[in-house]
Design a protein around this ligand. Sequence first.
Ligand SMILES: Cc1cc2nc3c(=O)[nH]c(=O)nc-3n(C[C@H](O)[C@H](O)[C@H](O)COP(=O)(O)O)c2cc1C
Length: 191
Amino acid sequence: MEILRELHDRRAYRAISDAPLPGTALEHIVRAGTLAPSCYNNQPWRVVVSSGESLDALKASLAEGNAWASRAPAIIALAARECDDCRQDEGREYALFDAGLCAMAMMVQASAEGLVAHPIAGYNPKKAKAALGIPADFILITLIVVAHRGDPDSPDGALLKDWQRERDKGERQRKSLSDIAYRDRWGQSFA
Ligand SMILES: Cc1cc2nc3c(=O)[nH]c(=O)nc-3n(C[C@H](O)[C@H](O)[C@H](O)COP(=O)(O)O)c2cc1C
């Protein structure tokens, strides 16, 4: 296979099971996140793994379009502050970038564990931060919904909107390489 299986198989599925996760999965996922590179090794990412007392309050912060996520046995909140990482000229603020690398490492690990790890931005950040006790000066960048994959046509998919159910069953959508990649100089064909 040309592309790593964990990258190829990762999808932001919305039909999820409410079954418990394997005992060590969340620790593996967080450990994988810590292996991400960061500017000057600043490691600006902070995560709150919500799988117990805070989970219901966190789910109350979900946007209506993310009702499907309320079945999840765990949600990982990823936060960072710009002041904890490199801030370079020309708009190069690296905290969110480095946190994104951490997020991807966690999602790839989850994929290797056979789990769905679906990042979302659709939540009320003030409510979510309050639910988890995240300090006000941190940016809550994303919530990563972690679960076993479900069957969209079973009760696992009952909270999905029709378009979400169809998206789960459909092909992955991506721009073509010619839309996003150039060879040697901006605008020159990559092919
Ligand atoms: C920063 C970010 C925010 C996202 N927010 C949401 C969201 O609020 N709800 C949702 O269902 N999916 C959300 N997604 C998932 C994207 O819709 C999904 O990754 C994209 O459609 C590509 O699909 P794929 O990951 O299955 O390849 C988000 C993804 C990212 C990276």
